[in-house]
Design a protein. Structure first.
Ligand SMILES: N[C@@H](CCC(=O)N[C@@H](CS)C(=O)NCC(=O)O)C(=O)O
Length: 282
């Protein structure tokens, strides 16, 4: 039997997003407990050592509270939560069980997940700067962080590799859902955030707000776009988005809101942005 699952998080997408991708696509029942975010109170409690380590193992969210035949635990760290869910959902619900990967193949799949997680964390760190979406800072973010990541991921994914491709593909589940593994969810999560940050230059068709988007992810990094399309195109995930329950914000950071990222994209990547870019390049 599947364990009882409770995901605890703040009212943002943040690092709960890849976990929600997995759970929603799989149509696995769980409770979502939302905690109001109070920046000052949280960091003051953390500095005092007043955060209960049994409830918040590493003083951060998300945590997944698990109760099942194997016991009870509060799990922190998105990567660990995703790998746990991939394994337990596969064991309990998969229609056809896949053979466990050998150590080297597993490491090649984990490499993709770790790279995606590392790059998503880097984006939150960039967002600590109140001017991260302005001019040179934004251009550096794109040139030094985002495009190298996309090029590397595209290079990995575009190579023929049946074992890795099978690990990224959805597995059919009893109950009508599909299981995307930890790597697919981490990749889709990071790409989804990147597309929201660069909606006019990288937006994927699912997220594009306007028909005149230039140079979509699908055109520039087709193998990356395919993973994102598969995960976000799964019926369980799409229903969740349609329900309106998906949070709008990626982050608690004041400089990382949907209106600010959109305004920056229009300023720097829109028609007017072209002129400003040219001016700066002179
Ligand atoms: N490595 C952790 C990072 C968790 C994390 O930093 N969560 C943020 C929210 S997205 C947080 O709790 N920030 C407040 C803090 O670090 O005290 C993970 O992957 O889950």
């Amino acid at each position: 039997m599947l364990p009882t699952l409770e995901l605890v998080y703040w009212p943002i997408r943040g690092r709960a997003y890849p976990v929600l991708l997995l759970l929603k696509a799989a149509r696995v029942p769980f409770t979502y407990t939302e905690i109001p975010y109070d920046d000052e109170a949280h960091f003051a409690a953390k500095a005092r050592g007043d955060i209960d380590p049994d409830e918040w193992p590493f003083s951060a969210l998300p945590v997944l509270k698990v109760k099942g035949d194997e016991g009870e635990a509060v799990l922190a760290e998105t990567g660990a939560i995703l790998r746990y869910l991939e394994r337990v959902v596969e064991e309990e619900l998969a229609v056809d069980h896949v053979k466990q990967l050998n150590a080297l193949d597993q490491a090649r799949v984990d490499m993709l997940a770790s790279a995606a997680d590392f790059n998503s964390s880097a984006l939150y760190h960039f967002a600590a700067s109140p001017t991260w979406l302005e001019g040179d800072e934004r251009a550096d973010l794109e040139r030094e962080r985002i495009l190298p990541f996309l090029r590397s991921l595209e290079h990995q994914l575009a190579q023929a590799d049946p074992v890795r491709d099978a690990a990224l593909r959805p597995r059919e589940l009893k109950g009508g859902g599909v299981l995307f593994g930890a790597a697919a969810c981490s990749i889709a999560y990071t790409l989804s955030m990147v597309c929201d940050l660069f909606p006019l230059s990288l937006a994927h068709p699912l997220a594009a707000a306007s028909a005149d988007v230039r140079g979509t992810l699908a055109e520039r990094f087709p193998a990356c776009a395919a993973v994102l399309r598969d995960v976000e195109g799964s019926p369980g995930f799409a229903e969740w988005v349609a329900s309106g329950e998906r949070k709008a914000r990626w982050s608690n950071r004041r400089a990382f809101t949907p209106d600010k990222t959109r305004a920056a994209a229009e300023r720097w990547d829109g028609r007017r942005g072209e002129g400003e870019k040219e001016e700066r390049a002179r």
